[in-house]
Write a protein that binds this ligand. Structure first.
Ligand code: C2E
Ligand code: MG
Ligand code: MG
Ligand code: MG
Length: 291
């Protein structure tokens, strides 16, 4: 049991750590069942053009439809998932589903990119490139509609073989986005070297942009650097009209956040898009603090 393992490994008796190991082992068991039973699903959140205010892409976000606890976000289980090789199966499931769904949208006349989050463990495993190429071929997904999101902290530690894989995928048309940008303390000079097409400003800056001069300065700096590098920018976590307008004024080309929509199922999206509700999102005047 996890309890025995915990005792063998740690010299000092630490009940909190044991309990944690026990919990992780239980969550992992349940995750394996969830994966097998089809409880792991993909929801999509819109990425909106800051000017036209229309949806241009969808970010695939993993959800666990837990029979007792309802819909769970990755916060509740991603650490456990990423500590196990199960992440490879789940990662492939998300990628395949996202590509299938993007093709289905395309067939119906909605040409939207899909963003898929790739975890550190998936990147560390040799074979990501082969997996992506195979899934593109099997689903008929145009490579240029796929965006792989990699968090900043992981991207700055890329090694030679991963760099080669990312370059090869980019040569096919797949794009690479740096997620949670601004949280990883990467030197700007490093970023210049990396195969990156999109930078996603972390929502921590976005939430403070209307109130903090510091957050504003960082956001402006990120945008200026991205523009200089010819890299597209997305601001994440946009919740208010004021934030949207300030970010657009700074030059952010794409916006994502609850202001434009929560993550929702593909069934919902097919309905929304068929009904023409993929934008334009109106400017909501009256939501300003006075600017
Ligand atoms: P992320 O990739 O940075 O995704 C954005 C997160 O912010 C999502 O949380 C989204 O629901 C949330 N969000 C969006 N708009 C707003 C907003 O206006 N305000 C606030 N406060 N939050 C907003 P979610 O879905 O819980 O996902 C959390 C993280 O889990 C993701 O962060 C991503 O790093 C990871 N993740 C999600 N799906 C997958 C997946 O399929 N594979 C892997 N490896 N990681 C995933
Ligand atoms: Mg992401
Ligand atoms: Mg993010
Ligand atoms: Mg994240």
């Amino acid at each position: 049991t996890a309890k025995d393992r915990g005792r063998a490994r740690f010299e000092v008796y630490r009940p909190d750590l044991e309990a944690e190991l026990e919990r992780s082992a239980q969550v992992l068991d349940r995750l394996n069942e969830a994966y097998r039973d089809g409880e792991l699903r993909v929801h999509y959140q819109p990425v909106v053009d800051a000017g036209a205010r229309r949806v241009v892409a969808l970010e695939a976000l993993l959800r666990w439809e837990h029979p007792e606890r309802g819909t769970l976000s990755p916060d509740a289980f991603l650490d456990v998932l990423e500590s196990s090789d199960l992440i490879h199966g789940v990662g492939a499931l998300v990628l395949r589903q996202a590509c299938d769904d993007a093709v289905e949208l395309l067939v119906r006349g909605h040409r939207l990119a899909v963003h898929v989050n790739i975890s550190a463990r998936e990147l560390a495993r040799l074979g990501l490139r082969g997996d992506v190429e195979r899934i593109l071929a099997e689903t008929g997904m145009p490579a240029e509609l796929l965006v792989l999101e990699i968090t900043e902290t992981r991207l700055v530690a890329v090694n030679g073989s991963l760099l080669r894989d990312l370059r090869a995928l980019r040569a096919l048309g797949v794009r690479v986005a740096v997620d949670d940008f601004g949280t990883g303390y990467s030197a700007l000079t490093q970023l210049v070297e990396l195969p990156v097409d999109v930078i996603k400003l972390d929502k921590g800056f976005v939430s403070e942009i209307a109130t903090s001069a510091r957050a504003r300065a960082v956001s402006a700096g990120v945008q200026a650097m991205a523009a200089g590098l010819g890299v597209v920018t997305v601001a994440e976590g946009v919740e208010t009209e004021q934030q949207a307008e300030e970010l657009a004024a700074l030059g952010f080309g794409l916006l994502q956040g609850f202001l434009f929509g929560q993550p929702r199922s593909m069934v919902d999206w097919l309905e929304e898009l068929a009904a023409g509700r993929g934008g334009p999102w109106e400017l909501r005047s009256g939501t300003h603090g006075g600017g």
